[in-house]
Design a binder for this molecule. Structure first.
Ligand SMILES: Cc1cc2nc3c(=O)[nH]c(=O)nc-3n(C[C@H](O)[C@H](O)[C@H](O)COP(=O)(O)OP(=O)(O)OC[C@H]3O[C@@H](n4cnc5c(N)ncnc54)[C@H](O)[C@@H]3O)c2cc1C
Ligand code: SF4
Length: 263
């Protein structure tokens, strides 16, 4: 593993001033929250930052139903959100998406911010033995296009990358018209969830470019709509849904707005 320095800033302002960047291949300093994804990336040599800036204890972990909908602090764990009574009752698609993700051990440690900003699960991205991965090494090609790709995206792909968004929660939040608060050195702004992630291969100038603030820390996920998403066909919390159809920015066809839902 590449050696790194772990920094523990005293507050969020210090963390934002640290120069850590989210989702940048050339970042020398990166954030770490629960560490369930970052530690794997370090072990696999996919990421080699010189500094890791810990967000532990710096971000909101509250889960609240407010007038506009549901607000989730970025440091709430996947397990806390999945089990919250208001989430289970009023936003079951969020609870089910989280319970269908990972394992109890991971969900107890992983944060909502980290879930939304986890890196690609494409096996070619995760294995530095493969030279061709535009997401890991821009301009190197895409080994998945001519390789093993049955778990890759079928919609929203490009000639540069066919990776599916790995976050089950992101799909649910897009279906609910969710948004995230992003804070960076230049202030705070709200970004619709559908615009948080770039499409595979999306370059600068694309609609998504301005939205992924490279040095921002994700503070909170927010669902503005009081929506009840009811899975069709009787999906149960214990059953893992197929991931190949999880289009990165597509609306989940299992989700339907409740008539009369408040926005
Ligand atoms: C065995 C296993 C199975 C999994 N299966 C699933 C699954 O089925 N479905 C699914 O959706 N996920 C799955 N995951 C992924 C899991 O959900 C993520 O690892 C987890 O949510 C990441 O959260 P974290 O707090 O540990 O993030 P970290 O590992 O700490 O960080 C992840 C990334 O996000 C960045 N980051 C974290 N927080 C912030 C923030 N607040 N602001 C800016 N950047 C930030 C970090 O720099 C890093 O790049 C699985 C993971 C494992 C290990
Ligand atoms: S699909 Fe994307 S992440 Fe996977 S190898 Fe191709 S460029 Fe890399």
């Amino acid at each position: 593993m590449h050696p790194f320095v772990l920094e523990r800033p005293r507050d969020l302002s210090a963390a934002l001033a640290s120069g850590a960047q989210a989702g940048r291949n050339d970042a020398r300093a990166e954030y770490i929250a629960g560490g369930t994804d970052m530690v794997q990336l370090l072990q696999e040599d996919v990421r080699r930052p010189e500094r890791l800036v810990s967000l532990a204890g710096l971000l909101d972990n509250r889960i609240e139903v407010v007038a506009q909908g549901l607000t989730i602090g970025a440091s709430a764990t996947m397990a806390e959100v999945a089990a919250h009574p208001a989430v289970v009752e009023q936003f079951p698609v969020i609870s089910e998406a989280l319970l269908n993700s990972a394992s109890p051990q991971v969900r107890n440690q992983a944060t909502i911010g980290g879930n939304l900003l986890q890196r690609s699960r494409c096996p070619y991205f995760r294995d530095v033995g493969y030279a061709g991965c535009n997401k890991r090494a821009p301009g190197s090609g895409c080994a998945a296009i001519g390789g093993e790709n049955r778990w890759h995206a079928v919609l929203g792909t490009s000639e540069n990358c066919i990776a599916a968004n790995p976050s089950d929660l992101a799909v649910a939040l897009v279906a609910l018209d969710g948004s995230v608060e992003v804070r960076g050195p230049n202030g705070q702004r709200t970004v619709p969830l559908i615009e948080l992630h770039r499409l595979p291969g999306g370059g600068r100038g694309a609609r998504h470019e301005r939205l992924a603030h490279p040095s921002g820390a994700c503070r909170a996920g927010r669902c503005r709509n009081q929506a009840l998403a009811r899975p069709q066909g009787g999906s149960s919390p214990g059953r893992r849904q197929p991931r190949s159809g999880d289009a990165p920015h597509g609306r989940d066809p299992r989700c339907r707005r409740r008539p009369g839902a408040r926005a």
